[in-house]
Design a protein around this ligand. Structure first.
Ligand SMILES: [Zn+2]
Length: 340
């Protein structure tokens, strides 16, 4: 039965992903005005001040550095920073923040000081592709409750500037869509970091974000009908091969990550984006006894800068770091077997 279901995924490659809406009334990104949509950061780099809107987009867009003649961002921004379109006479933002699609409010952090995200809400969606979450951060007020079912457009709160490194001028909604990596993030946190997770499973570390605005655009253009399709379109940065018995939990959670039918293969290769988002999974004939880096996009600078320190090395050579192994342990739900 399991193989039949997986085969079905491979043939159709699609689930009925519900329509996503932008979470505020700012629609400038669809009107070719990205500078009116994405909130800039104040940048001082190589002796010059600037306010690039690009730093409000998803990706390695912050903490610029020259590396091998290339200008690169070394800090990953996991969401989209959306500018307010309404402010009162004092400059306070007034935009309502709304659920991007149907789901259930899974978590609310009402305490500004408890997170860099400030006050935030997580909505969990499940249309058959496993847990997918949307996250709405830096809110001023929150007007929903945990457990509340929501539709696309249901009001969750108002846009604000709670959290770190943000003021009234730069008030924005930090918006993410991502995979919820583990149902036992708390156990992982306790095991590897020796303390309790403040936000339970809805800690930002347990959410692996994708380019939410890219997803919504591709859905509108009709080129993408599922998260599986969207992730398969992304170019992997690295792949890790693990013994086949270590991927059972991942298979249960996100079976659509498979792009080829599973057989009696000794190992499984998982391909990741630079930020560690799992994109797809292949069966592999390679015999490995531990998590092994089997593909890596060559890069002239340090791989640490492009992989959230999960891969070290330069050029075509790299090593999975201790932090990379811990991350893999979280994704695979394997707390004992990964770290050798
Ligand atoms: Zn942000």
């Amino acid at each position: 039965m399991k193989y039949f279901i997986i085969l079905l995924f491979l043939i159709t490659g699609a689930f009925a992903m519900p329509r996503f809406e932008l979470p505020t009334e700012n629609q400038a990104v669809f009107q070719a005005r990205p500078n009116d949509f994405f909130m800039y950061v104040n940048r001082f780099f190589e002796g010059k001040d600037s306010k690039p809107w690009q730093a409000g987009t998803y990706g390695f867009v912050r903490n610029m550095k020259r590396s091998g003649g290339e200008l690169i961002g070394t800090r990953f921004h996991e969401g989209a920073d959306i500018k307010p379109v309404r402010r009162d006479a004092k400059g306070e933002p007034l935009d309502k923040v709304r659920a991007t699609t149907a789901g259930k409010v899974a978590y609310i952090n009402p305490k500004t000081s408890a997170s860099n995200y400030g006050k935030y809400v997580v909505v969990q969606h499940n249309w058959g592709e496993g847990p997918v979450c949307s996250l709405y951060a830096h809110l001023n007020t929150i007007s929903c409750e945990i457990g509340q079912p929501v539709k696309a457009g249901t009001e969750l709160g108002t846009l604000g500037y709670t959290g770190s490194g943000i003021d009234r001028t730069r008030a924005h909604l930090h918006f993410e869509i991502g995979l919820l990596l583990s149902d036992n993030f708390e156990g992982w946190h306790q095991n590897f970091l020796n303390c309790a997770s403040v936000h339970g499973n809805y800690n930002g570390l347990n959410l692996s974000g994708m380019d939410a605005i890219g997803l919504i655009k591709d859905q509108r253009s009709g080129s993408v009908r599922s998260i599986a399709q969207y992730l398969r379109k992304q170019k992997p940065y690295y792949s890790i091969t693990v013994p086949a018995n270590l991927v059972e939990k991942l298979n249960k959670r996100y079976p659509w990550l498979w792009v080829a039918a599973q057989g009696q293969n000794p190992s499984t290769e998982i391909s990741f984006s630079a930020s560690g988002l799992p994109l797809f999974v292949h069966p592999s004939q390679r015999r490995v006894t531990d998590a092994t880096l089997t593909r890596l996009k060559p890069y002239i600078g340090r791989h640490e800068d492009r992989t959230l320190k999960r891969i070290s090395g330069t050029g075509g050579k790299g090593t999975l770091t201790a932090s990379g192994k811990r991350y893999l342990a979280l994704l695979l739900g394997q707390f004992d077997n990964i770290l050798k």
